[in-house]
Design a protein around this ligand. Structure first.
Ligand code: NAP
Length: 336
């Protein structure tokens, strides 16, 4: 069976997912595209055998030829498109963030629960990264004991003026929020955000940020969000347990020792660092569409990450520890 996919938003990652769905993965094809910029949509369709270009994302969702939808438009459009997919009963892979606020995330959760079956997968690709999966196996295996602390860093080489602290918390560290919940199998209960001395190289507002989270079981997590690390795209993660520690290994394919120095490669950007994870993630989605129910990161996970982001923005504003209140997890999202 080949899943007929429509892609909404054909910017950087939308086009990359089209390449994946048509040339890398098994069991999928792209039959429709749409973008606010119609010229960009036409260009994206050029390389496809026979893809329909729809003037709006809603038209694409309404197209009977489209069985499943990838939402890769700007973050503030995700809620509307995901709700429309649920209303149409169509499986949807939504790039992160699922929603820009907890309220928006909750509306998606409520709509999916009312529908009665999981249709939504959120693009938290770290769950599909070899390094993060190996780290998860060690933590879950128990060899380092109960987690006490976790240290994370999310460093981008450089960001434009649009990269504000609110964007950092709602759109960037959203990956860490999900990774922490998934790796520790624990909820984040409260956050505090610190703003150290501003990086003079920042083109925008405050950078970096340091977020400290407390989990429901009492572990503490620090997350560094840096937009101007200069030297490359660097994702770090270490879990400190009662009996040992586990951290992501080096990602460089080769380490060179010469002239009294050790050198390895640091990725330039997110697509270099996570290229394989995106492939595995989207194949998992295609397979789950074929099987009839979404199994990857859920609308609940997207909602929880948005709620942590909201609390982070409030914590930054008030310079106070801020609780994250999720409410009860619906049965649809409880794994048996
Ligand atoms: P991008 O290059 O700016 O592409 C977004 C595209 O969506 C643009 O062509 C934009 O058109 C279009 N668009 C905006 N509003 C729309 C609407 N209402 N309907 C249809 N199309 C619309 O951004 P990107 O880097 O590809 O990111 C897209 C999404 O993926 C974001 O949510 C981002 O956070 C996420 N993302 C996730 C990862 C990851 O690691 N999982 C990595 C990168 C991006 P205009 O330019 O005309 O506005």
């Amino acid at each position: 069976m080949t899943v007929r996919v429509g892609v909404i938003g054909v910017g950087m990652i939308g086009r990359d997912h089209i390449r994946r769905l048509t040339g890398v993965l098994a069991g999928s094809t792209v039959v429709a595209v749409s973008d606010l910029d119609e010229g960009r949509a036409r260009e994206a369709a050029l390389g496809l055998a026979s893809a329909h270009v729809h003037p709006t994302g809603q038209d694409l969702i309404d197209d009977d030829g489209v069985e499943a939808v990838v939402v890769a438009s700007s973050g503030d459009t995700h809620e509307g498109y995901v709700l429309a997919c649920i209303a149409a009963g169509k499986p949807v892979f939504c790039e992160k963030p699922l929603a820009m606020t907890a309220d928006a995330g909750r509306r998606i959760v409520d709509a999916e629960v009312a529908f009665g079956r999981r249709l939504v997968q959120v693009g938290f690709m770290r769950r599909y990264d070899d390094g993060f999966r190996a780290l998860k196996d060690v933590v879950a295996g128990g060899s380092i004991g109960a987690p006490l602390l976790m240290h994370c860093a999310h460093r981008n080489p450089t960001m434009g003026p649009g990269y504000t602290p609110a964007v950092a918390l709602a759109e960037s560290t959203v990956h860490e929020f999900d990774a922490v919940r998934w790796l520790l199998d624990d909820e984040i209960a409260a956050v505090t955000v610190f703003a150290p001395r501003r990086n003079a190289r920042s083109l925008g507002e405050q950078d970096p940020l340091l977020l400290v989270a407390e989990t429901a079981s009492g572990a503490f997590v620090d997350i560094e969000a840096a937009a101007n690390a200069r030297y490359g795209y660097d994702i770090r993660c270490e879990v400190v347990g009662e009996d040992g520690t586990a951290e992501l290994g080096a990602v460089s394919p080769v380490v060179v020792r010469s002239d009294g120095a050790v050198r390895g490669r640091v990725p330039d950007n997110w697509w270099e660092r996570f290229e394989r994870a995106y492939d595995v993630e989207l194949q998992d989605w295609v397979d789950s569409v074929t099987a009839g129910e979404a199994t990857g990161p859920s609308a609940w996970d997207g909602y929880a990450a948005a709620a942590i982001g909201d609390a982070g923005i409030e914590a930054l504003r008030t310079a106070q520890g801020t609780p994250v209140v999720l409410g009860e997890r619906p049965e649809l999202y409880i794994k048996v």
